[in-house]
Ligand binder design. Structure first.
Ligand SMILES: NC(=O)c1ccc[n+]([C@@H]2O[C@H](COP(=O)([O-])OP(=O)(O)OC[C@H]3O[C@@H](n4cnc5c(N)ncnc54)[C@H](OP(=O)(O)O)[C@@H]3O)[C@@H](O)[C@H]2O)c1
Length: 250
């Protein structure tokens, strides 16, 4: 049985706790939470601690806190030479305090509290400073998922930036599309099969080859009409930048 301690009680911490609780191989030794109430429904209250002094040594410490807090939190763990990992896509392995054996355990998915996920389908990107720690981290990750990847800090940054484009920016475009529909009293629902087909299509073909629409066809009259139709400067600017980008990459 491997003893894991989780530090944090937000989106990722809560999903990791639920996933580890379902396994036979992992014991969640302790959870550090600034606010006990965040996780009191999930785990025995005697395992929840609010003072770093109460931490015990473990096989692995997973720090799942806001990126800005990772360094300070890692420095609060009152032991040397423990395997301590963070879960961030955007932070390098070096951000962890030098007294630890450092690592990264980055689950590449969008996590929101109370929205269940199937961990088996989630890629977990791993990084450590030595092979022995990698072996342990991989063993733990493979208890949760079939998809583990050895990814260094630079590669992880590129994945994280890509994720901002393919997840956050695309979602923002859904929001704009929804607002444009609402202004004309059209149901956004009508666009959902198109959204799904676009996502399904790039499972089979390269995104560049999948592109269609007025920018790709250089339908200049339609582009002008769309720009004229849009009401806000922000929408016009986004439309122009993306049209230009599609045409330059065509
Ligand atoms: N959400 C995602 O989709 C996702 C996906 C992959 C990786 N990640 C990474 O996972 C990590 C956690 O993200 P999250 O979405 O779970 O964040 P979150 O829901 O905002 O939770 C942040 C947690 O950090 C704690 N915290 C913040 N500052 C702290 C400090 N100074 N000392 C102790 N605890 C502190 C918060 O405690 P309080 O509740 O007391 O404020 C909270 O428990 C980040 O590194 C993030 O980049 C997130």
């Amino acid at each position: 049985m491997l003893n894991i301690t989780i530090i944090g009680s937000g989106n990722v911490a809560q999903h990791l706790i639920s996933a580890f609780l379902k396994t036979k191989e992992i014991n969640i030794l302790q959870v550090f939470a600034r606010n006990k109430n965040n996780i009191s429904q999930q785990i025995d209250s005697n395992k929840i601690i609010t003072d770093y002094k109460d931490l015990q040594t473990a096989d692995l410490f997973i720090i799942a806190v806001s990126d800005n807090a990772i360094n300070i939190v890692s420095s609060q763990i009152p032991f040397d030479n423990q395997l301590v990992v963070h879960t961030s896509g955007g932070m390098a392995i070096d951000v962890l305090d030098d007294k630890h054996r450092k690592g990264v355990f980055y689950p590449l998915q969008s996590f929101t509290k109370n929205k269940a996920v199937d961990f088996k389908t989630i890629p977990i990107c791993l990084e450590t400073q030595n092979d022995l720690d990698y072996y342990l981290l991989e063993k733990i990750a493979q208890i949760l998922t079939n998809k583990t990847y050895n990814i260094n800090s630079l590669q992880r940054k590129s994945l994280h930036v890509s994720a901002v484009f393919v997840n956050n920016f695309v979602n923002h475009l859904y929001q704009i599309g929804n607002e444009i529909c609402q202004e004309s009293q059209v149901d956004f629902e009508i666009l959902k099969p198109l959204i799904l087909e676009t996502a399904h299509k790039i499972m089979a073909i390269n995104p560049k080859n999948a592109q269609t629409g007025p920018a790709t066809r250089n339908d200049t009259q339609v582009i002008e009409q769309h720009l004229d139709f849009l009401k806000t400067e922000n929408q016009k600017n986004i439309y122009k930048i993306l049209t230009q980008s599609i045409q330059q990459n065509g």
